[in-house]
Design a protein around this ligand. Structure first.
Ligand SMILES: Cc1cc2nc3c(=O)[nH]c(=O)nc-3n(C[C@H](O)[C@H](O)[C@H](O)COP(=O)(O)O)c2cc1C
Length: 343
């Protein structure tokens, strides 16, 4: 653990909403991002954006993430966001999801870099708060193209940069090119945050050492595991007791029902419930039933069974279960994300 470290919760579409952020904040998270918000959709008052804009009175720091590529939309959206209680605005230049790429936004901007820089300049003209960009590396073997592009972003007047050390085509798989992040960190004078592959405190130490960054962004590692912030910040292992897990699950689901209403909460929230239960020894039958739950009474009935029964197997010191209740990673698969499953 380093006292100089600052941890950020990444923007996570379908996850980093108020109930999830509150779960992470219980373990010391201060700096968080909303999921990405489409500038055009914000201007057309699409109702699904309303919840992205909800900030809790208890939240110490929250930046909103904006995506888009039309300069007028970005300017107008930034004007609206200036008036809302966010501590910063982050511009998405790394999302590889098909739906976003088709709109020439997110990682598509890495192929139209002049447009990308115009977007950032347009935002800089309007945004009254700290403006940051979250992007990806451009080449794994040679830092030079990424450094050049990031210097150009800095010249547009941004206040900080987050660099995910994977190429867009890798989606979320494979190693993180820490040396490329390091070269960017050394070339820029604005703060650089390193992102990619933090699932444990050891991962965070490795990313800090390899990238030279003390600002680290956590993404999939926190899904179903807000205790990761406890491990990162306080050095207490991210292995919740059964009681802690039940408490957290109930709190988050209750928060989701309050925010989205019952129908939408369970439609979007089943994957979140499963992310808490997967890999921790809970009976497969109960998990399968949870995956179709539609109402709070249905949820509570299953929840009480889980609460009473507890996990079948004891996890080892690393939180890994050896009871055959396999369910893959807590995080989304690359295929899900590439197919735009959640956006
Ligand atoms: C389900 C999911 C949703 C995501 N949503 C966003 C998003 O809204 N904005 C963004 O910039 N990145 C988004 N990302 C990317 C993450 O913020 C992060 O850059 C990526 O997962 C790499 O970090 P990791 O290896 O620690 O997970 C998303 C990733 C996942 C898995």
């Amino acid at each position: 653990m380093s006292s100089k470290r600052t941890y950020f919760l990444a923007p996570l579409a379908g996850y980093s909403d108020l109930p999830f952020r509150r779960s992470c904040r219980r373990f010391g998270l201060v700096y968080a991002h909303t999921p990405l918000l489409d500038a055009g959709a914000l201007l057309h008052h699409h109702s699904e954006n309303q919840e992205i804009l909800v900030r809790g009175d208890d939240e110490p720091w929250l930046a909103v993430q904006l995506m888009g590529c039309r300069l007028d939309d970005l300017r107008q959206a930034a004007g609206i966001l200036n008036e809302l209680p966010f501590d910063g605005l982050d511009f998405n230049m790394g999302c590889p999801v098909r739906k976003v790429i088709q709109r020439h936004a997110g990682a598509a901007l890495l192929k139209t870099r002049e447009l990308a820089l115009d977007c950032v300049r347009a935002l800089r003209d309007v945004v009254k708060k700290p403006l940051t960009v979250k992007t990806r590396i451009l080449c794994e073997n040679d830092p030079e193209p990424t450094v050049r592009f990031c210097l150009a972003l800095q010249a547009c007047g941004i206040d900080g940069l987050t660099l995910h050390g994977r190429l867009p085509q890798r989606i979320y798989a494979g190693p993180v090119a820490m040396d490329v992040i390091k070269a960017v960190r050394e070339a820029l004078r604005i703060p650089v945050t390193a992102n990619g592959g933090i699932f444990t405190a050891a991962d965070a130490d490795a990313l800090a050492a390899g990238s030279g960054c003390e600002r680290l962004m956590v993404a999939r590692g926190a899904i179903g595991n807000p205790w990761l912030f406890r491990e990162l910040i306080q050095g207490i292992p991210a292995v919740p007791t059964h009681a802690e897990l039940c408490d957290m699950l109930l709190q988050q689901v209750t928060g989701m029902v309050e925010l989205y209403g019952e129908t939408r909460a369970f439609l979007a929230g089943r994957k979140i419930i499963l992310s808490y239960l997967c890999g921790r020894g809970y009976r497969r039958r109960l998990r399968a039933q949870m995956s179709t739950v539609k109402t709070m009474p249905e949820f509570l009935e299953l929840f009480r069974q889980i609460e009473k029964e507890g996990p079948l197997a004891v996890t080892d010191g690393l939180g890994v279960v050896h009871d055959g209740t396999d369910c893959g990673s807590n995080a989304e698969t690359s295929a899900d994300i590439a197919g735009g499953a959640d956006l």
